[in-house]
Design a protein around this ligand. Structure first.
Ligand code: HEC
Ligand code: HEC
Length: 321
């Protein structure tokens, strides 16, 4: 037991160590300052973490991970950049995927335009049309772009490229200098388009009626339908019948609505009076097997006999009025 525990302890601290050192890339922690696993295991190097093992993350380690920028600007570093200054950076590092004007190359995301399209059938969600805060743009570019080299841009470059993408969306002028002090003042067109989900939680009572007996339900991949010795009603799979009108619209109206090739038109009693003497079942047989210019099943074999029957009944119900 104690052996197991100590193994777990080492792997946990090793993991935290790995995470912490990744988070510190770029800060001033040198190889010499990195503790060995054995040292990290010694209780006096730093207090043990919440669960009694691992280590509390140091402020520096947290700072390495804490790179998010809030809509109110908290998290933005010092620095600045103009759209003009961002143009070449964008052209060199972003345009190959997002297009020189933010129009998007191939299926890469479009970054500009689309204003006013959000309520259309095909909304075009871009930085300009969709994003509510400019801070998100700074944050996103800083942490994730360019796609192949995230976090490779310095802060001034991120300010400049952010300004340029805003410029591509007509939100700032070409010579506008973006800083941490004016970034939150940029009003994005869709800033009021989001709201906190105000729908109430639903706490309906569980429906516990008509439940299957406990233990009678199981998930299986066996082809049980092939076994015939049990009551088939137990296994019956109910295939819903399409409404007669639906089948009629899909398979029959083509000819019958317009009386194509003299097909009898539902509702036109003259067309039906003689046929009705055949009776519903004979007519149904004629439809299933085909009659005159009408192919079997009206030409659509994918409908079941029951679907066709429903369509016939629908047609007759129109005609008897
Ligand atoms: C190699 C292609 C490539 C390059 C180069 C590239 N991006 Fe991207 N970009 C992407 C892809 C792919 C996504 C979508 C990522 C996702 O959804 O996970 C994206 C997403 C974005 C988005 C979010 C779009 C949205 O509406 O969700 C922004 C903003 C952005 N990139 C800006 C930039 C900037 C600025 C640069 C240059 C510094 C850049 N990208 C370079 C491929 C690229
Ligand atoms: C390609 C055109 C066409 C399609 C599609 C078609 N019908 Fe017909 N239908 C006809 C024609 C033509 C007749 C008259 C046949 C005759 O009396 O020689 C007819 C006759 C009928 C009759 C009267 C049968 C009788 O015995 O007099 C019924 C009922 C009928 N169709 C139902 C349907 C239904 C239901 C569908 C769809 C599942 C369908 N039809 C699809 C052309 C079509």
């Amino acid at each position: 037991m104690s052996r197991l525990l100590s193994t777990a302890r080492i792997s946990c601290t090793a993991m935290i160590f790995a995470v912490a050192s990744y988070g510190c890339v770029g800060d001033d922690q040198t190889d010499e300052s990195r503790a060995t696993v054995a040292e990290l295991n010694s209780p006096d190097i730093r207090p043990a973490g919440h669960y009694g093992y691992g280590l509390d993350a140091s402020p520096e380690e947290i700072a390495g991970w804490d790179i998010d920028i809030r809509p109110d600007g908290v998290g933005l570093p010092e620095g600045s950049g103009t759209a003009e200054g961002g143009e070449m950076l964008y052209e060199n590092q972003c345009a190959s995927c997002h297009g020189s004007f933010g129009e998007g190359v191939g299926r890469y995301p479009v970054l500009s335009g689309g204003e006013g399209s959000l309520t259309e059938a095909r909304p075009e969600k871009t930085v300009g049309s969709f994003w509510p805060y400019a801070s998100t743009l700074w944050d996103y570019i800083h942490r994730a772009m360019p796609y192949t080299e995230p976090e490779s841009l310095n802060d001034d470059e991120v300010y400049a490229i952010t300004a340029y993408v805003l410029y591509l969306n007509d939100l700032v002028d070409y010579d506008f200098e973006l800083t941490r002090h004016n970034l939150t003042g940029i009003e994005m067109p869709n800033r009021d388009g989001f709201y906190v989900d105000d729908r109430p939680d639903v706490n309906n009572e569980l429906c516990m009626q008509n439940c299957k007996e406990l233990g009678s339900v199981r998930i299986t991949s066996e082809p049980e339908a092939a076994e015939s010795d049990s009551d088939p009603a137990d296994k019956a799979v109910v295939v819903p019948t399409l409404a007669g009108e639906t089948v009629y619209q899909q398979a029959c109206a083509l000819c019958h609505a317009a009386g194509l090739a003299d097909a009898p038109v539902p509702g036109n009693n003259e067309d039906w009076s003689e046929r009705l003497t055949l009776g519903r079942n004979v007519m149904l047989e004629n439809v299933l097997s085909g009659k005159g210019a009408m192919p079997p099943q009206g030409g659509l074999a994918r409908f079941s006999d029951a679907d066709v029957a429903a369509a016939v009944d629908f047609m007759l119900s129109q005609s008897r009025n």
